[in-house]
Design a protein around this ligand. Structure first.
Ligand SMILES: Cc1cc2nc3c(=O)[nH]c(=O)nc-3n(C[C@H](O)[C@H](O)[C@H](O)COP(=O)(O)OP(=O)(O)OC[C@H]3O[C@@H](n4cnc5c(N)ncnc54)[C@H](O)[C@@H]3O)c2cc1C
Length: 455
């Protein structure tokens, strides 16, 4: 086991244990190896110790201990980040996975969410009152990292990104104090939390604005690769004029065993257009029309509770697989780029590897650029390359395939990467510009010793 020397010291460990309500796990603890796991099994790191926080006080004690010991600290929310930003060799891991409480104020249209909650927790709690906010496409994604990185989801084009719905946040700082960040208090910190890709503290409570939302119209439309270019071009051409109630994710991958798809197609590369319509169901047909320019192989569509639609992509994203991701923004999505994506889909290195084409626009694009730290409001399209294998990518076949395709896309790509999809070997966002300098200075002000990794 490759663990950096423990720098906490037994006296500090003993002192911390007298304060903590949750367990402090050292590498010799039987629970340590399970607790250091994150969603992607490709991330195999050994923190110096893990604090399984039982409450916000534990967060404060853990930070104070790390500061006193001069030890770097990382924060684990949902553990979904495939670059492994929540965990670092030799650092103190502040694990929030027990802090998943949600309170909903139906009259005020607000949800108060603890820092380790998952989107499935939020959706279940808000759905009871017929309310919702923009959450992740997979329900096991953590609210924390998702929101700090912007947070794109089915409702974003009408309701904004998750960070646009963040009304306030309680942040425990490296000195152990907790402050509230909102438009009225610590507004610089509030700006930074909304899409800057990290926090100079630990968010123990998020407050989200909610909108009335009971159901949506959802659809999966499957086309053979032979028709994929045409369908993707139709989407590209329709997207700029699409109503805010419409959102789609186009996925090139091997067909899962959808019950509505002829089994002869299961496991073969196809294009799956996953679409959500949040308006009057009568409008769905027009919004989805671009996907019917070619007869589909299979089609599944209907009105369903929003909270159920939020689970629709879960089967394709179980924890414990090995992931290697890259992301690319596009201002203009040329026919040649679409052709490249479809050609690549014919050579997928594993059946679980996916290429996602997504759009932003709508309410995301209408928030003034300077209002939040999210940098990509004017980006109409982005492509995520989701390299995935069941075993360690020993011969590098998956990562090589992702890197080769990413490189081939580069000449037509726009600058920048959505923080939530940045890969394990991608460089941090450029910090030289005014936004980058502002982010840096806010991180320095609240975390002068650089205790928390900026991730
Ligand atoms: C299957 C899957 C589906 C996804 N779908 C989407 C999607 O639809 N839209 C989208 O925008 N992104 C999506 N993502 C990306 C995801 O939003 C990011 O990986 C995000 O970082 C995950 O947050 P987390 O809390 O689960 O991760 P973690 O790995 O726990 O944390 C990620 C980063 O956030 C920090 N962090 C987490 N919680 C807190 C907190 N409370 N206080 C301070 N810092 C914190 C961590 O320290 C770390 O730097 C998806 C990822 C996966 C694996």
């Amino acid at each position: 086991m490759d663990v950096r020397p423990m720098t906490l010291g037994s006296a500090r460990v003993a002192a911390l244990r007298t304060h903590l309500r949750g367990p402090l796990l050292l590498p010799d603890d039987a629970r340590y190896d399970v607790a250091r796991r994150v969603w992607s099994a490709a991330i195999d790191r050994h923190p110096a110790a893990i604090v399984l926080c039982a409450d916000a006080e534990d967060v404060s004690w853990a930070l104070r201990l790390a500061a006193e010991a001069g030890l770097a600290a990382t924060v684990r929310g949902g553990g979904h980040n495939t670059a492994g930003r929540s965990i670092r060799d030799g650092a103190l891991l502040i694990d929030l996975s027990s802090l998943r409480g949600i309170t909903v104020d139906g009259l005020a249209g607000r949800a108060f969410v603890q820092g380790g909650a998952l989107w499935r927790d939020v959706d279940a709690a808000t759905a009871k009152l017929g309310l919702a906010t923009t959450g992740g496409l997979v329900s096991s994604t953590g609210v924390g990292g998702f929101t700090l990185g912007g947070g794109s989801g089915w409702l974003m084009r009408r309701a904004g990104l998750a960070c646009d719905n963040l009304a306030s946040a309680d942040v425990t700082l490296p000195d152990g104090r907790t402050v509230r960040a909102s438009p009225h208090e610590h507004d610089d910190l509030y700006w930074c939390l909304r899409g800057g890709g990290g926090a100079p503290g630990v968010v123990t409570r998020f407050e989200f604005a909610l909108e009335p939302r009971v159901s949506v119209t959802g659809a999966f439309v499957v086309h053979p690769l032979a028709d994929a270019e045409l369908v993707m071009r139709s989407f590209r051409d329709a997207a700029p004029e699409a109503p805010d109630d419409f959102c789609a994710v186009l996925v090139l991958t091997c067909a899962p065993p959808f019950p509505f798809l002829d089994p002869a197609w299961h496991g073969r590369p196809v294009l799956i257009s996953a679409m959500c319509w949040a308006g009057d169901p009568a409008g769905a047909a027009a919004a989805f029309a671009w996907s019917r320019e070619r007869d589909p192989l299979g089609l599944h569509e209907g009105v369903l509770p929003y909270v159920d639609w939020q689970l629709a992509l879960d089967p394709g994203a179980p924890a414990g697989r090995h992931h290697y991701w890259k992301t690319t923004n596009f201002r203009n999505l040329g026919d040649s780029t679409i052709g490249r994506l479809v050609d690549a889909a014919a050579t997928l290195p594993t059946p679980f590897t996916e290429i996602h084409l997504q759009h932003l626009g709508g309410a995301v694009a209408r928030v003034p650029a300077e209002e939040t730290a999210f940098l990509h409001r004017d980006v109409p399209f982005f492509v995520n390359l989701i390299g995935c294998s069941l075993d360690r990518d020993a011969d590098g076949a998956v990562s090589r395939w992702v890197r080769t395709l990413h490189g081939a896309l580069a000449p037509e790509a726009a600058a920048g990467m959505l923080p939530n999809f940045v890969g394990v070997d991608d460089a941090e966002a450029a910090t030289g510009d005014a936004r980058g300098r502002r982010l840096e200075s806010i991180h320095r002000r609240y975390d002068p010793a650089g205790l928390l990794s900026r991730g």
